[in-house]
Write a protein that binds this ligand. Structure first.
Ligand code: HXC
Length: 256
């Protein structure tokens, strides 16, 4: 019962659920280390085509564990480099959906933004309140929030610590979709299910190409995309997908 992250599978979907309810799923070092280990295990599993990271209906995660950090010095933080290890999430090739209800604050908001899509419940609240603790975002908030909602809005949120509602987050482009509190997890599973029906190699390469948009110039990104597009013609799934279209039947993708 004390496992900070619970894992289960549902068909081709791997689900990791944050499980520290007493402290609003505060992201302890142990939780973050286990979470990335589980995600990497899902990523290596050929049967898993989509990953969901979920909290509870009440809270996604209220940020890094403040009790863990409160007595730390610069050298403690620098030597431990716990956040550096978390950068492994960028290497995960399987699409990841964050299912967010309640608070997604600080490291919790950054964890959601490190995923590829966010399905939110109407009660979701996103924020980077680190400034109120004498620090600032450290897990990607200044970069990913800025890219997601633009400099003007990200600056205001990060400098004041204000929370954003699900509706505002949707309108600003931070989240993929919003569902009721009762339905947000089912909605995330529905989205995952739709992606899991697609040819797995094309899904992974498309994810990689979309994420390159944050890093490459347009010219480089277009060239990168074109190469990945051509390379998919080496897969059986491309033959199957196009053949099935011509024969007017449902394709059967095997990830080959
Ligand atoms: C440790 C936390 C916590 C956190 C809540 N708790 N957030 N413990 N780390 N981030 C604990 C509380 O101490 C309390 O424990 C219990 O969870 C319930 O919280 P309450 O505050 O009583 O609940 P509520 O009044 O509903 O307020 C909810 C809240 C508030 C608004 C989310 O808890 C809050 O402001 N939390 C901190 C949010 C935050 O600043 N996050 C950024 C962290 S820094 P007890 O024992 O009293 O019941 C960060 C850095 C990121 O994330 C970069 C590196 C990863």
């Amino acid at each position: 019962m004390n496992e900070p992250v619970l894992v289960q599978t549902d068909g081709h979907i791997g689900i990791a659920t944050l499980n520290r309810p007493d402290v609003l799923n505060a992201l302890s070092v142990e939780l973050m280390d286990k979470l990335i280990d589980h995600i990497e295990a899902f990523d290596r599993d050929p049967d898993i085509r989509v990953i969901i990271i979920a909290g509870s209906e009440k809270v996604f995660a209220a940020g890094a564990d403040i009790a863990d950090m409160s007595g730390a010095t610069f050298l403690d933080m620098y030597d431990r480099n716990n956040l550096g290890r978390w950068m492994r999430i960028k290497m995960v090739r399987t699409p990841i959906i964050a299912a967010v209800s309640g608070f997604a604050l600080g490291g919790g908001c950054e964890l959601a933004m490190a995923c590829d899509m966010i399905v939110a419940s109407e009660s979701a609240k996103f924020g980077q309140p680190e400034i109120k603790l004498g620090v600032m975002p450290g897990l990607g908030g200044t970069q990913r929030l800025t890219r997601a909602i633009g400099k003007q809005r990200a600056m205001e949120m990060i400098l004041t610590g204000r929370f954003m509602s699900a509706k505002e987050a949707y309108e600003a482009g931070l989240v993929t979709s919003v569902a009721s509190k009762e339905q947000f997890l089912a909605e995330a599973l529905r989205l995952a299910g739709r992606i899991a029906e697609m040819p797995p190699i094309a899904v992974k390469l498309a994810k990689e190409s979309v994420n390159k948009a944050d890093e490459l110039s347009l010219q480089e990104g277009l060239a990168y995309e074109r190469t990945l597009f051509y390379s998919l013609f080496a897969t059986e799934d491309q033959t199957e997908g196009m053949q099935a279209f011509i024969e007017k039947r449902k394709p059967e993708y095997r990830g080959k």
